[in-house]
Ligand binder design. Structure first.
Ligand SMILES: Cc1cc2nc3c(=O)[nH]c(=O)nc-3n(C[C@H](O)[C@H](O)[C@H](O)COP(=O)(O)O)c2cc1C
Length: 255
């Protein structure tokens, strides 16, 4: 019989341990898959609500989300469409599907996203006096990752209610400061556009922005590359290849 310290016995124990651990990890991944998907969906909902400043009472996300109406926008025409069921539509998946997206030229692709989904989901919050908020999905490349989030505008379609990212892999303490509530609060009340509603001016500057300025946002300290990425992605989505044509139609009552 092989001794307890023999090479073959050590290898067998190591192999057995590997098999047991991989079975435990794979089982956990399969069993928890539905929960992970549900958590990701809830995280997205929470972000949409936070961007629009809608309070979640007693942790009831669904009750708060009932105030929000998702609508599908045809990005080519800048008008609403119902060619696809908005409740089943996955913007991120569509952007990767050649049949559901278009390739951006190098000149267009200022957010480094390569492809643009033909349809995008936007979220409306109606109040007593009409449109209170519109929440628009945004994404683009930072330093290490594509940041996915939302920007919410007030009914004037220019003043920012809030901005937040629900997925990114920037470095905590550097680019990851995009999640810092103090930094996110700087966005509230800033204006996306100046006189020209097709030319977004909002963006991050180096250092701290004066509260008096309409379009400047504090840069992320030690994270100029993520800061540039955030400026690029917000300007892309608010610009002519993003939501600017839709916002113009909405303002004119022609969306
Ligand atoms: C480990 C490590 C992680 C970093 N993560 C980020 C990041 O997430 N975002 C970023 O813009 N810069 C990050 N940087 C710094 C960049 O390499 C670069 O120095 C920085 O963006 C320049 O910004 P500054 O001009 O504000 O210093 C990281 C650097 C190191 C060494």
């Amino acid at each position: 019989m092989a001794s307890k310290d023999s090479v073959s016995r050590t290898v067998m124990v190591a192999l057995a341990l590997c098999v047991v651990c991989s079975v435990v990890v794979s089982t956990a991944a399969v069993v928890l898959k539905d929960k992970q998907v549900a958590n990701a969906a809830n995280e997205k909902k929470a972000n949409i609500l936070a961007a629009a400043g809608i309070e979640v009472v007693d942790g009831d996300l669904d009750a708060a989300f009932a105030k929000v109406t998702p609508m599908l926008v045809d990005m080519a025409t800048g008008t609403y469409t119902d060619v696809v069921d908005v409740t089943a539509y996955d913007d991120t998946k569509a952007a990767k599907d050649p049949a559901m997206s278009i390739a951006l030229t190098a000149e267009q692709d200022t957010a480094s996203i390569r492809r643009q989904a033909k349809y995008r989901t936007v979220y409306l919050v109606q109040g007593e006096s009409g449109l209170e908020n519109i929440i628009l999905p945004v994404h683009g490349y930072g330093l290490w990752s594509t940041l996915y989030g939302f920007i919410a505008l007030e009914g004037d379609l220019n003043t920012v209610s809030g901005l937040g990212f629900y997925s990114h892999a920037e470095t905590p303490g550097l680019g990851g400061e995009v999640d810092n509530p103090r930094w996110k609060a700087v966005w509230t009340g800033k204006q996306v556009f100046g006189a020209d509603a097709s030319q977004p001016l909002i963006g991050l500057i180096k250092g701290i922005a004066s509260p008096e300025t309409k379009h400047d946002i504090d840069g992320l300290a030690g994270a100029t590359l993520t800061s540039n990425g955030v400026t690029n992605l917000v300007r892309f989505w608010m610009g002519k290849d993003g939501f600017a044509p839709f916002l113009a139609n909405l303002k004119a009552g022609e969306a």
